[in-house]
Design a protein around this ligand. Structure first.
Ligand code: MN
Ligand code: MN
Length: 481
């Protein structure tokens, strides 16, 4: 017979709040669903390591799910009806998706928004140079990286470059088994005595993060810079490009490894680019789940996939650009007869959004920077960040209590396990997301997403169950707000 609970135990159950490991509640059947979902996510990551690639992949998917190009629809007078599925392609690097709801858009849309860009190493506009029979690629890192983490990691090159004929060539080298890879070298420990005394932030500088790209010279007695010339010859044969082609190219060096299961229990996924492709994947899956249904959603649901978050969201593909407002204006024009700015402003102001971005998970190797009561943990569900920012909440979009209460109620009612997700101890650092760029428009916004270990490193870690729960959370929010 079970022992009777004491008054204290009963009171603790009634009044306290304890967040447990989400795997404990998972049935064998659920475990299979979660594993299958994780496998699809790994395939998504492997096929899309850059914002351009994920945009292209997602466009293909949403088109086959019946989404239509809003730019083309604007040419006709025909109004959108509830259930209409539309997309807006933002320069091939970002994407807005929507499914029109039954209620008027002036009552606001329900939005999930993630970013597709991840920290990486970009090639400079004139990257090729020869030094002691090596050709190196000069780079400029993108986003907040710990520079010393990137040497000796096999790298792949992704991007676009224009040939002499004016044709745009898509570059992807280092992802196939037989492809060559690229690498930034590091110093052997035997000669590293002086370097090892440096501050870690100065161990290797941004200017030193140059990528090894070749070492075999052209066979010609009289030519100079023969290794570089040989490399240009190879590139010209393969892509029709010349040295000047790099001036207008966008080429990103990213880790060449694939997403892998981590741990004996396969509970985690290690990969490049979880930030923020895991939340992007969960967001895309959520809106596509709604797209699959016969019935139109009550309110218009929107999925925003943006670029440039890692460098402050500026530029015409970032969240600070007006592309989202334009998208909403287009939707207003296609759903109301009066249209106009007032209707748009009402739609924006009455909208509600989850800014779907990753969170820093507690790391037992570095416990001192985390507040254990309010940080997120791998395997405990979707992480809620009331605010981000740094110092005295500086630069934060601090979510309103009323909206937090609304979101948590939806999660509780739909069995979505949530946890706290504050970035770290007060004054230990800080960060930001796209939240403030949407909050600026008047809508309620809350940061919430997936806890990550080793964030911004070449091999980030998430838990499969958090990915699954986050998808469920975004879906519940889109359907019940
Ligand atoms: Mn992020
Ligand atoms: Mn980030």
């Amino acid at each position: 017979m079970a022992e009777e609970k004491t008054e204290g135990q009963l009171l603790a159950e009634k009044l306290g709040f304890k967040i447990t490991n989400a795997w404990e509640k998972v049935s064998n059947e659920d475990a299979k669903t979660i594993a299958a979902f994780a496998n699809r996510y790994k395939a998504f990551l492997n096929a899309g390591k850059t914002e351009r690639e994920v945009t292209a992949l997602t466009l293909e998917r949403v088109r086959s799910a019946g989404f239509i190009d809003i730019e083309q629809s604007l040419a006709s007078k025909e109004q959108f009806v509830p259930g209409t599925k539309v997309y807006h392609n933002i320069h091939g690097k970002a994407l807005n998706l929507a499914i029109l709801g039954k209620r008027p858009l002036t009552e606001g849309a329900v939005i999930v928004g993630a970013h597709l860009d991840s920290p990486r190493i970009d090639l400079k506009t004139n990257p090729l140079y020869e030094d002691t029979d090596f050709v190196l690629l000069d780079t400029h890192y993108y986003g907040g990286i710990k520079k010393w983490q990137w040497p000796t990691v096999p790298l792949a090159l992704h991007g676009v470059i224009f040939g002499k004929d004016g044709e745009k060539k898509t570059i992807c080298i280092g992802e196939e088994e037989e492809d060559p890879v690229f690498v930034i070298t590091d110093l052997l420990p035997h000669l590293s005595r002086d370097f090892d005394q440096k501050k870690m932030s100065e161990y290797i500088t941004g200017e030193e993060l140059d990528i090894l790209a070749g070492s075999a010279p052209l066979r010609d007695e009289k030519a100079t810079d023969k290794v570089k010339l040989n490399l240009l010859r190879i590139l010209n044969e393969k892509y029709g490009i010349t040295e000047a082609s790099f001036a207008s190219a966008e080429i990103e060096a990213v880790p060449a490894h694939r997403a892998r299961d981590v741990g004996f229990d396969r509970s985690m996924i290690g990969a490049y680019g979880h930030d923020d492709k895991c939340c992007a994947f969960a967001s895309i899956e959520a809106i596509l789940t709604i797209a699959d249904r016969e019935e139109a959603p009550e309110r218009t649901v929107v999925c925003v996939l943006t670029d440039k978050e890692e460098i402050g969201s500026m530029g015409n593909t970032g969240a600070e650009a007006r592309s989202f407002e334009d998208f909403m204006a287009y939707l207003i024009a296609k759903t109301t007869d009066g249209s106009g700015d007032l209707a748009l402003r009402r739609a924006l102001g009455h909208s509600a959004m989850l800014s779907s971005d990753v969170n820093a998970a507690f790391d037992p190797n570095f416990p001192t920077v985390f507040d254990k009561k309010t940080c997120s943990y791998l395997g405990r569900g979707i992480a809620i960040s009331k605010y981000t920012g740094g110092g005295g909440k500086y630069g934060a979009s601090d979510a309103n209590a009323e909206f937090l209460h609304h979101v948590l109620k939806i999660f509780d009612q739909n069995g979505v396990q949530w946890q706290y997700g504050n970035l770290g101890k007060v004054d230990k650092g800080g960060g930001g997301t796209i939240a403030l760029h949407f909050a600026r428009l008047g809508m309620d916004v809350l940061d919430c997403g997936i806890p990550v270990l080793s964030m911004h490193s070449p091999f980030e870690l998430i838990s499969k169950i958090d990915l699954w729960i986050t998808y469920k959370g975004y879906l519940a929010f889109l359907q019940n707000s």
